[in-house]
Design a protein around this ligand. Structure first.
Ligand SMILES: Nc1nc2c(c(=O)[nH]1)N[C@@H](CN(C=O)c1ccc(C(=O)N[C@@H](CCC(=O)O)C(=O)O)cc1)CN2
Length: 278
């Protein structure tokens, strides 16, 4: 079965739109982008487009690539103070030289719709999640909507990044899965991944996960957005070879990526609701 993130994201966006139409809410998302990385520009554009589709106002702050950490923090602080702005996100990665952690910590947790602030991280890891990072949050929505219950299953996450691997592991633990996190120092990676009932790859290496790494009947979730040697967009998973042995699998494009954006819209609506005490 193909887990169709594109279709599901459209369904979720339609719900956000109709929820907004039912209220007087005027949700607003602010994005901050530093420099001219084409992928980051594309993702920010996609976020503004999604806002337009669902009726969320969006404002974009663009800073030059040679900005200092303090310049980015100053921009974030202005948005923190603006009562019309409900969600703030700083597009990652930031150019080298900028202290990403300091910037993330400068977003007030109430507007942290990316769920990256240490307070929101701590809440997630203590089993009381608030704003959850959009990619892992979107993956949990895929699992829920396709009635794949992680409880009691063995889940393996490849990658321990702060924005995907770690929060993904925490969400799966909260959903009662038995979770293993693999990374660059993991020994016998294929031995670990082949035990997974749910395998989530977030390492950013084109078609790295082959059929020898996947148990028959596993659910395979591909977070990778890579380009192969011919410049073709592809995931971490060798889709053609793994799809026949998986019970369910997300494609790239059209899997996890669109759900990242849909979850961001949901988080922004939720923030606006709280602001209005709804
Ligand atoms: N502040 C943040 N920065 C980054 C995040 C994030 O959640 N918050 N995640 C990623 C990038 N990202 C969103 O920002 C993102 C990546 C991919 C997609 C997506 O829909 N991809 C499409 C393919 C698009 C293409 O043609 O390249 C797909 O998979 O179908 C959405 C969002 C890092 N930075």
């Amino acid at each position: 079965m193909i887990l169709n993130g594109k279709e599901l994201s459209e369904k979720r966006l339609a719900i956000v739109k109709s929820e907004i139409e039912k209220t007087d809410l005027k949700p607003c998302l602010a994005t901050v982008i530093v420099g001219e990385d084409p992928a980051s520009q594309l993702y920010v554009r996609m976020k503004h487009n999604a806002c337009g589709k669902v009726g969320i106002r969006s404002v974009g702050v663009e800073l030059p690539g040679d900005s200092m950490t303090e310049d980015v923090i100053n921009a974030v602080e202005k948005l923190n103070k603006d009562p019309a702005v409900h969600g703030i996100l700083v597009q990652l990665p930031l150019p080298r030289g900028i202290d990403t952690e300091k910037v993330i910590e400068s977003v007030i947790p109430e507007k942290d719709v990316d769920g990256f602030h240490p307070l929101n991280n701590g809440r997630l890891f203590s089993g009381r999640p608030d704003f959850v990072p959009c990619t892992p949050g979107g993956i949990m929505t895929i699992l829920r909507e396709y009635e794949i219950d992680p409880a009691g299953k063995k889940a393996v996450v490849i990658g321990r990044s702060v924005d995907v691997g770690r929060p993904m592991a925490a969400l799966l633990i909260n959903a009662d899965a038995t979770v293993t996190v693999c990374h660059s120092k993991t020994q016998n990676l294929a031995e670990e991944t082949s035990k997974a009932d749910i395998l989530i790859s977030a390492i950013g290496r084109a078609r790295f996960v082959g059929p020898e790494m996947v148990k028959k009947g596993a659910v395979v979730i591909d977070v990778g957005t890579n380009h192969d040697e011919n410049g073709k967009l592809c995931g971490d998973v060798d889709f053609e070879k793994v799809e026949p042995i998986a019970s369910a699998i997300t494609p790239v494009p059209g899997g996890v990526g669109p759900m990242t954006i849909a979850t961001l819209m949901e988080n922004t609506l939720e923030s606006a609701r709280r602001h209005a005490n709804l």
